[in-house]
Design a binder for this molecule. Structure first.
Ligand code: SF4
Length: 474
């Protein structure tokens, strides 16, 4: 067996599967399997039930605008510089649309205030909005909310476009967590991806966030970017260690130039080889592991004192569209273009295109265009996948306790796949547990997860699926 670098890493086995396209399962079933059968009448009923039960709720706001285009981007965004003559009109149209959407959401509660325990603003770039615009959106959003004293209120920030004034306002409004798009500190890499933000800029931004009292700081890093070398990655990792964020999400570049045509500016010769990309991940596991971060799930690292790590050890960690989360599983109401609502066993997604979203909210308040109503089987598989992605194993007795079902009998159709996986060292399967093996199985968690996905062909785990519905594993 070809093993090198980390002694528990089987490189040949890794590369055999890393090239496959498989879902990441931020939802089950994955978004490409949703349909347009979930419309505004379905979601209206479910949101109403939430309000009447006074259930703890989470709100997600998607701000779709960005100042300039990063050439690796896979997000739903509209690039328009604030200096552009049209920018203010776009901002107005967005805020007015949001007002209509929130009016509709609030109408479903019949005057009852929302019992809110979590708010997240993502994008795009939420701080593309100016200070007064942020304050206006916040006022509209929270008008009918009772926000819990210990609510988690988070926002995604781009250090290049976020001013001190904006940061101070956010803190004053009650935001207590920030997630920074960092990606890489090397200037050649930043040039290649057209995202120029020197380490010193991020460092002083982090200092300011800490001085203002934001409780948790997350860094998003991306590996597999053009111009990355082992040396440049070492430097980036040690700068990250110096800045000491509470959490780190270390994502593999989703390279899909057919879908994201701006990625075509990357020169093939600058893209790191698969061998090198694996080295990046192994270095990250090593560097962050030896400097006090726990390696959690597929691609997250958290300091032992951070709530994510605490929740991991307490067995209460969950996975959502916003990554790893702690605490109870809250229903999420999403507003803004492309926002996703997760309402128990119902997923609903808004229209993704900004002008179409604006037309829909102005015409009828609700912009839901697709979603999925989970069957009992979907819900069972979703909870199993949640455990696997957070903990890298499934406790069969816990499964029996939760669902009153025998794990091996319920998933009997996957037995053959698991036998094969055990034979090649991807999993260990005992009467009590099904576990992915460190480190190869951990890094190929999506392959193991594919055996629980009833929307994929039975051999999907070893042959992959179309890159139109999933991204490359490693
Ligand atoms: S700031 Fe974020 S959302 Fe906007 S273009 Fe860059 S990566 Fe995409």
């Amino acid at each position: 067996m070809a093993k090198s670098g980390n002694s528990s890493m089987d490189r040949l086995l890794y590369h055999r599967f890393a090239k496959l396209s498989l879902p990441r399962h931020t939802s089950y079933p994955a978004v490409p399997f949703w349909s347009n059968r979930v419309d505004h009448s379905v979601i209206s009923h479910r949101i109403g039930q939430l309000a009447h039960g006074n259930l703890p709720t989470s709100f997600y706001v998607h701000v779709p605008f960005c100042e300039r285009l990063c050439h690796y981007c896979a997000c739903n965004k509209l690039v328009i510089g604030r200096g552009n003559a049209e920018a203010d009109k776009y901002a107005r149209r967005f805020i007015d649309g949001l007002e209509q959407e929130l009016k509709w959401v609030n109408a479903q509660s019949n005057g009852k205030r929302w019992n809110v325990h979590q708010i997240h603003w993502g994008g795009g770039t939420p701080t593309w909005l100016g200070v007064e615009e942020i304050a206006e959106v916040w006022a509209l959003l929270t008008e009918h909310m009772s926000i819990a004293a210990d609510a988690e209120i988070s926002i995604e920030l781009d250090p290049r476009v976020t001013s001190s004034e904006q940061l101070q306002l956010l803190r004053k409004l009650g935001f207590n967590r920030v997630s920074l798009g960092v990606q890489d500190f090397d200037s050649n890499v930043q040039q290649a991806i057209q995202r120029i933000q020197p380490a010193e800029m991020v460092e002083s931004f982090v200092r300011e966030c800490r001085q203002l009292g934001f409780k948790s700081i997350n860094f998003d890093l991306i590996y597999g970017l053009p111009m990355q070398t082992l040396e440049s990655m070492e430097r980036t990792l040690s700068r990250v260690v110096e800045m000491s964020p509470d959490r780190i999400a270390f994502y593999r570049l989703a390279m899909l130039p057919d879908a994201y045509k701006w990625q075509r500016t990357f020169k093939a010769v600058d893209i790191p080889s698969n061998e090198l990309v694996l080295d990046f991940m192994l270095r990250a596991v090593d560097v962050f592991g030896t400097n006090g971060w726990d390696f959690i799930g597929l691609d997250h690292f958290a300091k032992k004192t951070d709530e994510l790590s605490v929740a991991y050890r307490a067995g209460t960690l969950r996975r959502s569209f916003q990554g790893m989360t702690t605490g109870a599983e809250l229903p999420v109401i999403g507003v803004g273009p492309s926002a996703i609502s997760c309402l128990g066993d119902l997923f609903a997604q808004n229209e993704t295109q900004f002008p179409l979203w604006a037309n829909l909210v102005n015409a009828r308040g609700c912009a839901t265009v697709k979603g999925h109503q989970l069957s009992v089987d979907d819900s069972i598989r979703q909870s199993v996948l949640n455990q696997l992605y957070c903990y890298r194993y499934i406790d069969k007795q816990k499964f029996h306790g939760q669902h009153n079902l025998n794990f091996d009998e319920y998933f009997a159709s996957a037995t053959e796949a698991w036998l094969e996986m055990e034979g090649i060292g991807l999993i260990e399967n005992s009467p009590k547990r099904l576990s992915s093996t460190p480190l190869t199985g951990w890094l190929l968690l999506r392959v193991v997860a594919a055996t629980f996905d009833a929307y994929l062909p039975a051999d999907g785990w070893k042959n992959g699926v179309s890159s139109k519905v999933a991204s490359q594993v490693g």
